[in-house]
Ligand binder design. Sequence first.
Ligand SMILES: Nc1ncnc2c1ncn2[C@@H]1O[C@H](COP(=O)(O)OP(=O)(O)O)[C@@H](O)[C@H]1O
Ligand SMILES: [Mg+2]
Length: 234
Amino acid sequence: MEAAQRPEQPLRLTVSHLSKSYPSPAGPVEVLHGLSFEVEGGELLAVTGPSGTGKTTLLMLLGALDRPDEGEIWLGEQAVHRLRGRAAADFRRRTVGFVFQLFYLLPHLTALENVMVPLLPYRRRLDFDLRTRATELLERVGMGHRLGYPPAKLSGGEQQRVAIARALIHSPQVLLADEPTGNLDPTTARNVLALLREVQRREGQMVIVATHDPQIATMADRQIRLGSAGEAAP
Ligand SMILES: Nc1ncnc2c1ncn2[C@@H]1O[C@H](COP(=O)(O)OP(=O)(O)O)[C@@H](O)[C@H]1O
Ligand SMILES: [Mg+2]
């Protein structure tokens, strides 16, 4: 597998009339309520809103981890809302990087190994040296001095930096971050957001960050707010 090609045109994500509902004992829970918005490549968008308004659902739909009940998601020419099975897995592997609140680093591996893990199965087919690239990414996120450390010996902010490097290992066009600062103290949270900004500026990625922290959201280029009415506010 080759790293994702950079498109000639800036990439555009177009979301239109998106809705999803989940069954529950009290009847279906509907989220997103026909949400529509657009994001350009190189933009950092914050998705805000209280817990339960569908932020995680939205990221799962954007990352082809689930499918909407209604509406469309276009990433350039790709109809993300139609992807399923093998095609969805290929799309995630080529195009999307995920960063989560709980980092999800593998405890028995070093920082360097954690960053290499997503591409290990393909390492013989890569057109670059995986270890070199993982080392460079860890240096870029300020973790070059911790390559051989296991997660347990890293602080929360350091673990999130490793998780961000891991999400970037395949040069994804889209980086999706779900409450990436939710487990961090406010100063570390700001630093992690600043790092996401820097990465996005340097690599021209599209970054979409879900957060319920209004302070973090003010660092984004743009915000959309989810609510019970599901309206995107400017
Ligand atoms: N797999 C699921 N099954 C049933 N209900 C779900 C599922 N995922 C999310 N929900 C419900 O959908 C709503 C939105 O959840 P979520 O997208 O996680 O919101 P947020 O990330 O903003 O807190 C919540 O009421 C949640 O309980
Ligand atoms: Mg959530």
